[in-house]
Structure formats: structure tokens, C-alpha cells
Design a protein around this ligand. Sequence first.
Ligand SMILES: [Mn+2]
Length: 381
Amino acid sequence: MIIIMKPCAAQDSISAVVASIEAKGLSAHLSRGEEVTIIGVVGDKSKLSTENLAVYKDVDRIVPVTESYKLSNKKFHPEPTTVKAGNTAIGPGSLTIMAGPCAVESEEQLMCIARAVKAAGATVLRGGAYKPRTSPYSFQGLEEEGLRYMQTAGKETGLATICEVVSLPAVEAAVKYVDILQVGARNMQNFILLKEVGRTGMPVLLKRGLCATIDEWLNAAEYIMSEGNPNVILCERGIRTYETATRNTLDLSAVAVMREKSHLPIIVDPSHSTGSYKYVPPMAKAAVACDADGLMIEVHNDPAHALSDGPQSLTFQHFEQLTRELKPFCELVGRSFVIPGNITDENAAFQNAAAENIAFGNAVSESVPPENIAIRDPEVK
Ligand SMILES: [Mn+2]
């Protein structure tokens, strides 16, 4: 339930209600708005009699919260939440772009991508060090070595960093190196992992499961928040439907529904949801137009030779073009978005280097799965 205090309720009155809740062994969560303060109650509410609370001074009304998720519920916290990570803040008023390779492949590769995405307006560097792949024979990630490269790239560019964690040892390692932990779609209901990332207190990006309903997704967020961690960012990354023309089906209506149900920031991943670099720009624009707080986009210096998710990765050139095209959409929805630019020449040099395969070395390129190359346009063969 939530207890809505009268406008300008005295602090003594608020404290008295909180004390009575805590005396019954329940927890009280305060949300102070501009006009009213809301007190959310978490725990077995049968221990509390609403009649008793209603007579407390300055209590306006008591509203039951029927949803099983409480801390992530907008009724508990009507104002939108901003999550701070590294040098950036994810929430209302700005558009956050998280960009980078699907998988961290080498230090040089990550550095060149980090510089390119920063110049184009990204403020968060993504990169997988632990890759939960559909096939056990696919590249599984560089693990802690990849995390170290993420930290170096973050320090050198000033970008915040995000990396997926797939196990408890991965959480233990990642907290030392990156700014945001990501729980991937396949682990959305790995409740042990959710509790563990909750206990870190670090920002957590929670991707929606392939077949998860919005209620299940918010309950997963609740697992993290109930460990005392309010820094949860939601990420819509496409759901499984009967459609096979795209990798998944991007459910943009989830952004609108989340705005109504939750105060947590929500970002959209047009890369994994579509599976093709061609569909990333239009879906990215649609996500900004429907008021998402940010985007997560896979960018690679040489998509045809990417060790993971090459077909859906944008080149530097495509990514720069996309962020320029996103500017007017940001203005329409009242979100600030800055493109620092100015290192274009440097980017071009990196792309040339990639083309000559310096970043990878021949050993890696020989192991490229042929389907990664075949699926790309003739222009990037
Ligand atoms: Mn990927």
C-alpha cells in the first residue's frame, strides 16, 4: 500500500507514520514530490491496519497497491528516476546512447570503437566480456581480460562502461572494472544473479527476457531493488514472436506501458531486437520518438569480421550518420543530446587500420564464421 500525505505535511507527521510501519517489522520507502510525500509500504501488509494509519496526523489517503512489484512501481515513486553512472546520467531530459561492440575482442579494437562512438555522441561504452551464446562452440568472451580493456577504454575516453554479467564470479570481477552491470535477456529470471547485482548497489541495466511479460520484467527489477539497490535501468531488446524476418520483435509499446507503470528509466536496443544493421536506424528514431531515455547500439570497426553479432553492428560511418539524424528527434521530445565530434580524421585512420586487419591479426580473422561475412551487404565484404 501507499500512504499519501497531505500537501505540506509536517516532518513530524511523516516520521510518525514511518515509525508505526517500521514498528510492525515492515519497511517504509519515502518519495518526496514537489507537493506531496508518498510513503510506500513493503512487507506483509496484513500486519498493518489501514484504519489505524488513516487517523495519523496529515495523512490524506491510503491506496492499496495490487501489483506484486512495489519499489519499481510508479505508485511508490511518481517522479521519474535518474540513474547516475560514471560521468553520465540516464533519465528524463537527456538521451543516453550506449554503444560499442557486441564482444570485446582486443584492446586495440575496443579503444578504436570507444573513440569513434564518443565522437558521435555516445556517453556509455558497451562491450561483452562474458558472452552467453546460443551455441557452446561460439566465441564466449575474453572474461576478466575483456573487463580490464573496458576499464582502460573508459578511463581514456571518459565514457561510462557497461558489461554483461552471467554468473556470481562475473559479478565479483565486473564490479572492479565497469560502471554499469548488465543482466541479459537470458538471465532476466535468474533470481540468484538478480539478488547478487542488487547487493552491489551499482547501476544495473536489466534487459527484458525473450518471452517475459512486462509484469515479470518489473518483478525481476523488484528482486534487484529489494536488495537495497534503486539504480535499475530497464532495456527493451525485442521479444520472441512468430515473425522471422527480424531476429526478435521490438516491442516499443513496452516503453509507453513502462512510463505508466514504473518510474525507472528505459532504454531501447534496436540491434538485438532487429538483428540487422539496416533496421537499426529507423527503430532507433522510433524509440526516441516514443520517449525512451536512451539507446543501446552495437557498433563495430569491421562488422564483417566481428566475432559476435556482426550482421547487426553499425560501422562508424553508419553510427555517426544515425546520431546526426537523431538530433531533431531529441529536440522534438525535449531531450538534450550532444555530439562532440572533432576526431573524424582519427576515426578514419582507425577504420583504415581495421580494413588492413591490424586490430585483429590474421589468426582471429581466419576463425570468422563464414555466415558473418555472407550476410553483409556487398559494400562491406
Ligand atoms: Mn550482441
